[in-house]
Design a protein around this ligand. Structure first.
Ligand code: PRP
Ligand code: ZN
Length: 322
Protein backbone atom coordinates (compact mmCIF):
# COMPACT_ATOMS: atom_id res chain seq x y z
CA UNK A 1 0.00 0.00 0.00
CA UNK A 2 1.34 3.37 -1.00
CA UNK A 3 1.58 6.17 1.54
CA UNK A 4 -1.29 8.15 -0.03
CA UNK A 5 -3.51 5.05 -0.17
CA UNK A 6 -2.72 4.30 3.43
CA UNK A 7 -3.55 7.86 4.48
CA UNK A 8 -6.90 7.72 2.63
CA UNK A 9 -7.77 4.34 4.13
CA UNK A 10 -6.80 5.55 7.55
CA UNK A 11 -8.98 8.63 7.20
CA UNK A 12 -11.97 6.51 6.09
CA UNK A 13 -11.45 4.22 9.03
CA UNK A 14 -11.32 7.14 11.46
CA UNK A 15 -14.54 8.58 10.08
CA UNK A 16 -16.20 5.18 10.36
CA UNK A 17 -14.83 4.77 13.83
CA UNK A 18 -16.16 8.12 15.03
CA UNK A 19 -19.55 7.37 13.46
CA UNK A 20 -19.54 4.06 15.24
CA UNK A 21 -18.81 5.69 18.59
CA UNK A 22 -21.65 8.14 18.00
CA UNK A 23 -23.95 5.19 17.35
CA UNK A 24 -22.68 3.39 20.48
CA UNK A 25 -23.09 6.54 22.55
CA UNK A 26 -26.66 7.03 21.36
CA UNK A 27 -27.41 3.41 22.05
CA UNK A 28 -25.93 3.66 25.54
CA UNK A 29 -27.97 6.77 26.23
CA UNK A 30 -31.05 4.90 25.14
CA UNK A 31 -30.22 2.03 27.48
CA UNK A 32 -29.75 4.57 30.27
CA UNK A 33 -33.17 6.04 29.53
CA UNK A 34 -34.62 2.59 29.43
CA UNK A 35 -33.31 1.85 32.94
CA UNK A 36 -34.48 5.16 34.35
CA UNK A 37 -37.89 5.22 32.79
CA UNK A 38 -39.05 1.67 32.53
CA UNK A 39 -37.98 -0.07 35.70
CA UNK A 40 -40.67 0.32 38.28
CA UNK A 41 -40.96 -1.27 41.64
CA UNK A 42 -44.41 -2.78 42.03
CA UNK A 43 -45.94 -2.67 45.49
CA UNK A 44 -49.04 -4.66 46.45
CA UNK A 45 -51.33 -2.73 48.78
CA UNK A 46 -54.64 -3.69 50.34
CA UNK A 47 -57.36 -2.13 48.20
CA UNK A 48 -59.53 -1.20 51.19
CA UNK A 49 -59.56 -1.66 54.91
CA UNK A 50 -57.26 -0.78 57.75
CA UNK A 51 -53.96 -1.19 55.88
CA UNK A 52 -54.96 0.92 52.89
CA UNK A 53 -55.09 4.28 54.69
CA UNK A 54 -51.90 3.75 56.68
CA UNK A 55 -49.94 2.64 53.62
CA UNK A 56 -51.12 5.55 51.48
CA UNK A 57 -50.21 7.95 54.31
CA UNK A 58 -46.73 6.49 54.55
CA UNK A 59 -46.20 6.90 50.79
CA UNK A 60 -47.49 10.48 50.94
CA UNK A 61 -45.20 11.36 53.85
CA UNK A 62 -42.28 9.95 51.84
CA UNK A 63 -43.32 12.35 49.02
CA UNK A 64 -44.24 9.49 46.72
CA UNK A 65 -47.32 10.68 44.85
CA UNK A 66 -49.92 8.07 44.01
CA UNK A 67 -53.35 9.13 42.94
CA UNK A 68 -55.78 7.45 45.30
CA UNK A 69 -58.81 8.85 43.52
CA UNK A 70 -58.57 6.76 40.35
CA UNK A 71 -58.28 3.47 42.16
CA UNK A 72 -57.82 1.17 39.25
CA UNK A 73 -55.96 -2.09 39.80
CA UNK A 74 -52.54 -0.67 38.90
CA UNK A 75 -51.53 2.98 39.44
CA UNK A 76 -48.14 4.55 38.72
CA UNK A 77 -46.62 7.18 40.92
CA UNK A 78 -46.11 10.48 39.11
CA UNK A 79 -42.78 11.28 40.79
CA UNK A 80 -41.15 7.99 41.86
CA UNK A 81 -40.49 4.70 40.03
CA UNK A 82 -43.22 2.90 41.92
CA UNK A 83 -46.48 1.38 40.80
CA UNK A 84 -49.20 0.34 43.22
CA UNK A 85 -51.14 -2.87 42.67
CA UNK A 86 -54.34 -2.84 44.73
CA UNK A 87 -55.31 -6.30 45.97
CA UNK A 88 -57.37 -8.08 48.60
CA UNK A 89 -55.17 -8.61 51.65
CA UNK A 90 -55.45 -12.42 51.40
CA UNK A 91 -53.85 -12.27 47.95
CA UNK A 92 -50.85 -10.12 48.87
CA UNK A 93 -48.51 -12.79 50.37
CA UNK A 94 -48.83 -14.99 47.29
CA UNK A 95 -48.49 -12.13 44.82
CA UNK A 96 -45.15 -11.19 46.42
CA UNK A 97 -43.92 -14.78 46.86
CA UNK A 98 -44.53 -15.40 43.14
CA UNK A 99 -43.01 -12.11 41.98
CA UNK A 100 -46.25 -10.71 40.50
CA UNK A 101 -45.58 -7.82 42.90
CA UNK A 102 -42.01 -6.97 43.96
CA UNK A 103 -42.96 -5.89 47.46
CA UNK A 104 -46.15 -5.68 49.49
CA UNK A 105 -47.66 -4.30 52.65
CA UNK A 106 -49.50 -6.96 54.57
CA UNK A 107 -50.67 -7.68 58.09
CA UNK A 108 -48.39 -10.06 59.95
CA UNK A 109 -51.48 -12.15 60.77
CA UNK A 110 -52.22 -12.65 57.07
CA UNK A 111 -48.57 -13.32 56.22
CA UNK A 112 -48.15 -15.95 58.94
CA UNK A 113 -51.50 -17.55 58.09
CA UNK A 114 -50.68 -17.94 54.40
CA UNK A 115 -47.16 -19.28 55.03
CA UNK A 116 -45.92 -17.97 51.65
CA UNK A 117 -42.20 -17.65 50.98
CA UNK A 118 -41.20 -13.96 50.91
CA UNK A 119 -38.67 -11.81 52.76
CA UNK A 120 -39.72 -9.57 55.62
CA UNK A 121 -38.03 -6.28 54.65
CA UNK A 122 -39.25 -4.21 57.57
CA UNK A 123 -41.85 -4.00 60.29
CA UNK A 124 -43.85 -0.87 59.62
CA UNK A 125 -45.25 -0.35 63.12
CA UNK A 126 -48.79 0.58 62.08
CA UNK A 127 -52.07 -1.37 61.93
CA UNK A 128 -51.22 -3.06 65.20
CA UNK A 129 -53.68 -5.67 66.40
CA UNK A 130 -53.72 -9.11 68.01
CA UNK A 131 -55.17 -12.46 67.13
CA UNK A 132 -57.15 -13.75 70.07
CA UNK A 133 -59.55 -16.41 71.23
CA UNK A 134 -62.80 -15.00 72.55
CA UNK A 135 -65.77 -16.63 74.19
CA UNK A 136 -69.28 -15.55 75.32
CA UNK A 137 -68.73 -13.20 78.22
CA UNK A 138 -70.89 -15.08 80.74
CA UNK A 139 -68.78 -18.26 80.50
CA UNK A 140 -66.77 -19.15 83.59
CA UNK A 141 -63.35 -19.51 82.00
CA UNK A 142 -60.59 -21.31 83.92
CA UNK A 143 -57.95 -21.74 81.24
CA UNK A 144 -57.18 -22.86 77.73
CA UNK A 145 -58.46 -26.40 78.54
CA UNK A 146 -61.95 -24.96 78.17
CA UNK A 147 -61.54 -25.17 74.38
CA UNK A 148 -61.27 -28.98 74.44
CA UNK A 149 -63.95 -30.39 72.13
CA UNK A 150 -65.37 -26.95 71.36
CA UNK A 151 -66.22 -25.47 67.97
CA UNK A 152 -64.22 -22.33 67.06
CA UNK A 153 -65.01 -20.02 64.14
CA UNK A 154 -62.12 -18.23 62.43
CA UNK A 155 -60.58 -16.90 59.21
CA UNK A 156 -57.14 -17.98 60.47
CA UNK A 157 -57.29 -21.80 60.61
CA UNK A 158 -53.55 -22.44 60.26
CA UNK A 159 -52.47 -20.17 63.11
CA UNK A 160 -55.27 -21.55 65.29
CA UNK A 161 -54.49 -25.20 64.49
CA UNK A 162 -50.87 -24.59 65.38
CA UNK A 163 -51.76 -22.93 68.68
CA UNK A 164 -54.23 -25.64 69.67
CA UNK A 165 -51.82 -28.46 68.92
CA UNK A 166 -49.05 -26.75 70.95
CA UNK A 167 -51.49 -26.63 73.85
CA UNK A 168 -52.67 -30.22 73.38
CA UNK A 169 -56.23 -29.20 72.60
CA UNK A 170 -58.54 -30.90 70.16
CA UNK A 171 -61.23 -28.60 68.87
CA UNK A 172 -63.29 -28.25 65.73
CA UNK A 173 -62.19 -25.36 63.53
CA UNK A 174 -64.94 -23.77 61.52
CA UNK A 175 -63.54 -21.57 58.74
CA UNK A 176 -65.54 -18.49 57.77
CA UNK A 177 -64.31 -15.42 55.91
CA UNK A 178 -66.28 -12.54 57.37
CA UNK A 179 -68.33 -11.53 60.42
CA UNK A 180 -66.69 -14.21 62.54
CA UNK A 181 -67.82 -12.38 65.66
CA UNK A 182 -71.50 -13.18 65.16
CA UNK A 183 -70.99 -16.99 65.08
CA UNK A 184 -71.40 -17.71 68.83
CA UNK A 185 -74.53 -15.54 69.00
CA UNK A 186 -76.25 -17.48 66.22
CA UNK A 187 -75.17 -20.88 67.53
CA UNK A 188 -72.63 -21.52 64.77
CA UNK A 189 -69.69 -21.89 67.16
CA UNK A 190 -68.78 -21.87 70.85
CA UNK A 191 -65.93 -19.40 70.45
CA UNK A 192 -64.10 -17.29 67.89
CA UNK A 193 -60.50 -16.72 66.95
CA UNK A 194 -60.15 -13.31 65.28
CA UNK A 195 -58.39 -9.96 65.05
CA UNK A 196 -58.86 -7.66 68.02
CA UNK A 197 -57.84 -4.04 67.75
CA UNK A 198 -59.88 -1.66 69.91
CA UNK A 199 -61.95 -4.55 71.30
CA UNK A 200 -65.26 -2.85 70.45
CA UNK A 201 -66.37 -5.61 68.06
CA UNK A 202 -66.07 -8.13 70.91
CA UNK A 203 -67.95 -5.91 73.34
CA UNK A 204 -70.83 -5.32 70.95
CA UNK A 205 -71.14 -9.07 70.38
CA UNK A 206 -71.04 -9.98 74.09
CA UNK A 207 -67.70 -11.69 73.75
CA UNK A 208 -64.65 -11.68 76.00
CA UNK A 209 -61.02 -12.02 74.92
CA UNK A 210 -59.43 -14.87 76.86
CA UNK A 211 -56.21 -15.83 75.07
CA UNK A 212 -53.93 -13.62 72.98
CA UNK A 213 -52.29 -15.93 70.45
CA UNK A 214 -50.19 -13.46 68.46
CA UNK A 215 -49.45 -9.77 68.09
CA UNK A 216 -49.53 -8.35 64.60
CA UNK A 217 -48.48 -5.21 62.75
CA UNK A 218 -48.05 -4.20 59.12
CA UNK A 219 -45.05 -5.78 57.39
CA UNK A 220 -43.25 -4.76 54.24
CA UNK A 221 -42.50 -8.02 52.46
CA UNK A 222 -40.43 -8.59 49.32
CA UNK A 223 -39.93 -11.06 46.48
CA UNK A 224 -36.85 -13.19 47.15
CA UNK A 225 -35.25 -12.70 43.72
CA UNK A 226 -35.55 -8.94 43.20
CA UNK A 227 -33.38 -7.62 40.38
CA UNK A 228 -30.55 -5.19 41.15
CA UNK A 229 -32.43 -2.26 39.54
CA UNK A 230 -35.45 -2.87 41.70
CA UNK A 231 -33.38 -3.37 44.81
CA UNK A 232 -31.92 0.12 44.25
CA UNK A 233 -35.38 1.66 43.99
CA UNK A 234 -36.35 -0.20 47.16
CA UNK A 235 -33.30 1.22 48.98
CA UNK A 236 -34.31 4.76 48.01
CA UNK A 237 -37.82 4.14 49.24
CA UNK A 238 -36.63 2.66 52.55
CA UNK A 239 -34.32 5.64 53.04
CA UNK A 240 -37.34 7.94 52.78
CA UNK A 241 -39.45 5.74 55.08
CA UNK A 242 -36.68 5.89 57.67
CA UNK A 243 -36.52 9.69 57.50
CA UNK A 244 -40.27 9.86 58.07
CA UNK A 245 -40.12 7.36 60.94
CA UNK A 246 -37.18 9.10 62.61
CA UNK A 247 -39.10 12.37 62.59
CA UNK A 248 -42.20 10.79 64.12
CA UNK A 249 -42.74 11.82 67.73
CA UNK A 250 -39.92 14.33 67.53
CA UNK A 251 -40.37 18.06 68.09
CA UNK A 252 -38.22 21.00 67.10
CA UNK A 253 -37.91 23.26 70.15
CA UNK A 254 -36.70 26.88 70.32
CA UNK A 255 -36.37 28.92 73.49
CA UNK A 256 -34.75 32.01 74.90
CA UNK A 257 -32.22 31.21 77.61
CA UNK A 258 -30.38 33.44 80.09
CA UNK A 259 -26.66 33.12 79.27
CA UNK A 260 -25.90 32.73 82.96
CA UNK A 261 -27.80 29.40 83.01
CA UNK A 262 -26.79 28.22 79.53
CA UNK A 263 -24.57 25.35 80.65
CA UNK A 264 -27.31 23.97 82.95
CA UNK A 265 -29.85 24.22 80.15
CA UNK A 266 -27.57 22.46 77.65
CA UNK A 267 -26.96 19.64 80.13
CA UNK A 268 -30.65 18.61 80.18
CA UNK A 269 -31.05 18.69 76.38
CA UNK A 270 -30.43 15.41 74.53
CA UNK A 271 -30.24 16.97 71.02
CA UNK A 272 -28.86 15.27 67.94
CA UNK A 273 -25.25 16.37 68.37
CA UNK A 274 -25.47 19.49 70.47
CA UNK A 275 -28.03 22.28 70.54
CA UNK A 276 -27.70 25.30 68.26
CA UNK A 277 -26.98 28.51 70.19
CA UNK A 278 -27.85 31.82 68.50
CA UNK A 279 -26.99 35.22 70.00
CA UNK A 280 -29.81 37.69 70.69
CA UNK A 281 -29.85 41.49 70.63
CA UNK A 282 -29.96 41.42 74.42
CA UNK A 283 -26.45 40.47 75.46
CA UNK A 284 -27.53 38.49 78.51
CA UNK A 285 -29.78 36.13 76.51
CA UNK A 286 -29.42 33.68 73.65
CA UNK A 287 -31.71 31.45 71.63
CA UNK A 288 -31.35 27.67 71.95
CA UNK A 289 -32.65 25.30 69.23
CA UNK A 290 -32.88 21.56 69.68
CA UNK A 291 -34.83 18.37 68.89
CA UNK A 292 -36.78 16.64 71.66
CA UNK A 293 -38.41 13.25 71.85
CA UNK A 294 -42.15 13.42 72.50
CA UNK A 295 -41.79 10.91 75.36
CA UNK A 296 -39.39 13.05 77.40
CA UNK A 297 -40.91 16.30 76.24
CA UNK A 298 -42.95 17.48 79.24
CA UNK A 299 -40.34 16.45 81.76
CA UNK A 300 -37.57 18.33 79.95
CA UNK A 301 -39.71 21.42 79.29
CA UNK A 302 -40.50 21.57 83.02
CA UNK A 303 -36.82 21.55 83.93
CA UNK A 304 -36.00 24.17 81.29
CA UNK A 305 -38.60 26.52 82.72
CA UNK A 306 -37.15 26.05 86.19
CA UNK A 307 -33.78 27.06 84.75
CA UNK A 308 -35.21 30.30 83.40
CA UNK A 309 -35.91 29.39 79.76
CA UNK A 310 -38.63 31.59 78.24
CA UNK A 311 -40.66 31.87 75.04
CA UNK A 312 -40.45 28.16 74.33
CA UNK A 313 -41.67 27.42 70.78
CA UNK A 314 -42.45 23.86 69.71
CA UNK A 315 -42.90 22.80 66.09
CA UNK A 316 -43.39 19.39 64.43
CA UNK A 317 -40.66 17.89 62.24
CA UNK A 318 -41.61 16.45 58.87
CA UNK A 319 -38.50 14.42 58.07
CA UNK A 320 -35.17 13.75 59.73
CA UNK A 321 -32.04 12.49 57.97
CA UNK A 322 -29.71 11.19 60.66
C1 PRP B 1 -61.50 -7.13 62.12
C2 PRP B 1 -62.04 -8.25 62.97
C3 PRP B 1 -63.10 -7.58 63.79
C4 PRP B 1 -62.57 -6.17 63.93
C5 PRP B 1 -61.92 -6.00 65.28
O1 PRP B 1 -62.28 -7.00 60.99
O2 PRP B 1 -62.56 -9.30 62.16
O3 PRP B 1 -64.33 -7.56 63.12
O4 PRP B 1 -61.57 -5.98 62.94
O5 PRP B 1 -61.54 -4.65 65.49
P1 PRP B 1 -61.91 -3.91 66.84
O6 PRP B 1 -61.31 -4.73 67.98
O7 PRP B 1 -61.27 -2.57 66.73
O8 PRP B 1 -63.41 -3.85 66.93
P2 PRP B 1 -61.86 -6.01 59.82
O9 PRP B 1 -62.32 -4.65 60.12
O10 PRP B 1 -60.41 -6.14 59.54
O11 PRP B 1 -62.70 -6.51 58.60
P3 PRP B 1 -63.14 -8.02 58.19
O12 PRP B 1 -63.81 -8.65 59.35
O13 PRP B 1 -64.08 -7.75 57.06
O14 PRP B 1 -61.89 -8.71 57.76
ZN1 ZN C 1 -64.19 -8.41 61.19
Amino acid sequence: MKNEEFAAAHEKFSILNSQLSIIICTFAAEIQDYIDLNVMLRIAVQSKGRLFEDTMNLLAEADIKVSASKRTLLVQSSNFPLEVLYLRDDDIPQSVASGVADIGVVGENEFVEKGEDADIISRLGFSRCRLSLAIPKEVDYQGVGWFQGKKIATSYPNILRDYLSKNGIQAEIHVITGSVEISPGIGLADAIFDIVSSGSTLVSNNLREVEVVMQSEALLIGYKQLSEDKRQILEQMLFRFKAVKDAEDKKYVRMNAPKARLQDIISVLPGLKSPTIIPLADDEWCSVHTVLDQKQFWEIIGRLKEMGAQGILVTPIEKMIL
